[in-house]
Design a protein. Structure first.
Length: 119
């Protein structure tokens, strides 16, 4: 009789231990965020700061700044959340820069375009 009770308790404890371990594994799988690739490039005549090309968690939001080189001006963004946004004219350094907001919800390719300042 003692052996039967001992075996029953051992089986019960084994079941609880096994179930709790598998529940932790399932829970940890749910906590892994979805990640996406962000590629940021600039045409000739400028750069984008910060250097943001990389892998990001879904929902990450960042601000990118397009900085023109001497003799160039910013023209437009492609692939950002505000492609049609207007940038004000900036007369003090850095002249002509423009910011874009990017929220990661899929793989994204963001481009900044610059042109030579015509006189």
């Amino acid at each position: 009789m003692k052996i039967s009770i001992f075996l029953l308790v051992a089986c019960f404890l084994s079941f609880i231990f096994f179930y709790s371990c598998s529940a932790e594994e399932e829970e940890s799988d749910l906590l892994v965020p979805t990640q996406y690739a962000l590629t940021v490039t600039a045409s000739e005549g400028g750069s984008v700061l910060p250097e943001a090309t990389g892998i990001y968690d879904q929902g990450t939001t960042m601000t990118l700044s397009a900085i023109p080189d001497e003799g160039y001006e910013f023209v437009r963004w492609s692939g950002s959340d505000n492609d049609n946004g207007r940038c004000g004219t900036v007369t003090r350094p850095p002249r002509g820069y423009c910011r874009a907001i990017v929220t990661i919800y899929s793989n994204r390719d963001i481009q900044a375009f610059f042109q030579i300042i015509s006189e």
